[in-house]
Design a protein around this ligand. Sequence first.
Ligand SMILES: C[S@@+](CC[C@H](N)C(=O)[O-])C[C@H]1O[C@@H](n2cnc3c(N)ncnc32)[C@H](O)[C@@H]1O
Length: 238
Amino acid sequence: MFNKTLEEGHRKMFQKELSKEELEKFQTFQEELLYWNERMNLTAITDEREIAIKHMLDSLSPLKEEGVMEKGKVIDIGTGAGFPGIPLKIMRPSLEMTLLDSLQKRLNFLKGVIEKLGLENITTLHGRAEDYGRAPEHRETYDYAVSRAVARLPVLLEYALPFVKVGGFFICQKGPGVMEELEASTKALEVLGGEVVRIEEVALPFVERGHHMIMIKKTAETPKKYPRQAGKPGKSPL
Ligand SMILES: C[S@@+](CC[C@H](N)C(=O)[O-])C[C@H]1O[C@@H](n2cnc3c(N)ncnc32)[C@H](O)[C@@H]1O
């Protein structure tokens, strides 16, 4: 059921077949997710078909944009059980992927997944986005930041934009409240050096509800005082 849904759904979304190797990797990831989900809290979605659609295919939606994430350094902020970072890495093995989360046990799960799938050029990073966003080895060094289901946009921008090089992009997915979140983000975009370049409605195969993909270009360096200390962006968003 998982494989069939993923294959058909991928074909509908991208008009392209998944290779045998890609399919095997997705399947192993799904099996690991379900196995470990019995032992720790990884996902509320446990139906195989739903995992294929709402986790795997949903994570791939940035790839619908032509020329996006063909190569370069990517950070997935608040990756949780590996979404969208692992599916993106399966489809684009040449990406240099960093999976960031503040929960160590989820990263331990991901280290196992990375080994089982034989993925290379992928690392896990334990801690808060606000702290790594100030660290010179991470600040403004990524071509892309991605993030799904982590925070409202004004908060998320303060987590994400400090990681992105000027000229790079932050890509996130948002549900029905997208326009309201965008309106609330005017100040954050201006202060942190970002500009919305695309808002795309993404339809997911087999289900009614899709989402919006927002592409934000980093247009200027983020001032040194951002991100503020851990917890502050969430408590008092820009
Ligand atoms: C609701 S989960 C979403 C996980 C995954 N992105 C997905 O779409 O399934 C949010 C994740 O973000 C992490 N997180 C929240 N705030 C964070 C922060 N400031 N820095 C790093 N990770 C954070 C949490 O630990 C959690 O794993």
